[in-house]
Design a protein around this ligand. Sequence first.
Ligand code: PLP
Length: 368
Amino acid sequence: MEILEQAQILERKGEDIVHMEIGEPDFATPWSIREAAIKAIREGKTFYTHSLGLLDLRERISQFYLDTRGIDVSPERIIVTNGTSGAFFLLSAVLLDGKKGLIVSDPGYPCYRNFGVLADAPVVSLPVSRESEFEIAPEQLGEIRVKNPMLMICSPSNPTGTVYGKPALEGLYQAVTHKQGIMAVDEIYSGLSYGDDYPSALSVSDEIVVIDGFSKTYAMTGWRLGWTVVPDKLVRSLQTVAQHVFISAPTVAQYAALAAFDAVDDINEMRKTYEVRRDFLFPRLKEIGFELPARPAAAFYVYANIEKWGIDSMEFVERALAEAKVAITPGYDFGSYNAGSHVRFSYATAVERLAEGCRRLEKWTNSL
Ligand code: PLP
């Protein structure tokens, strides 16, 4: 966020900044979804819903797993939450404490470890690198002392775009089970995959927790709606916390979300646009001299190595902003392992702006 704030200060002074740091779709929510919300408001759907979420919506999410992944998920195991962030909160409140630790990857999405900190749980960060395609290997879990851990991974991942294949998910699940722990997979970028559909962790076991949401694929960040699919045995305890902390997820957003799965043309159009941007940005960054892992198969990020310029990533992004007027995210936002030698680019920005950003970065890096 700091870079975004610095960029906004410069913009208020009249500077033109190319934003390649924002991890949020640049599209407004598709009209059909917005209209479903307007209809709900007109009809006075302004009350709390069931604490697990509208049954219609949970059934629709269940149908989504059947249609897209061929997986039968009972609506009874689905909890609609206040964004996926709300789901992380519920899970950390129920599954973590001073003894039950959290295992995350480094680099990884930073909020996970902060939910661990909030629950006063030991947090173990496992380093992942380009050599292992930024995946946690099951053997890494073997070395950990934490009891009954919750392993939290992201697939497709922010910031690296990593997608765990089914054998990798199975290996991790076995390793976590061996430690009497629980595995949770954040699949929020699942709808933004540009190749074959990848396997949901729900295809591995009903005992795995999956978190997903409407923010990214459906361009609904401001509606604050997500969901989690949990093993039967966890529903009641998560529901109890949800009842006390949230009462229910936002009602109008839930009615809007009922239309989200049918906005197929809009979703496909947005996905196609991200893909075009990726296909532009990836080779262009390489041309400028960034060292990149495999072309990301999903999400809208490129995690780039900047070692060749011999500048720490914090200084690199601050200077890129000040001198090239391009905002990017330093590796430190995602952990500490190799953080000084990496930055993250987001391509949730029009291709013309990406082109302009790259032109400026090329000129600037050539001058370093
Ligand atoms: N999970 C990941 C990996 C993210 O990158 C983000 C947002 O950037 C979120 C979750 C937050 O999602 P939500 O808007 O559903 O709370």
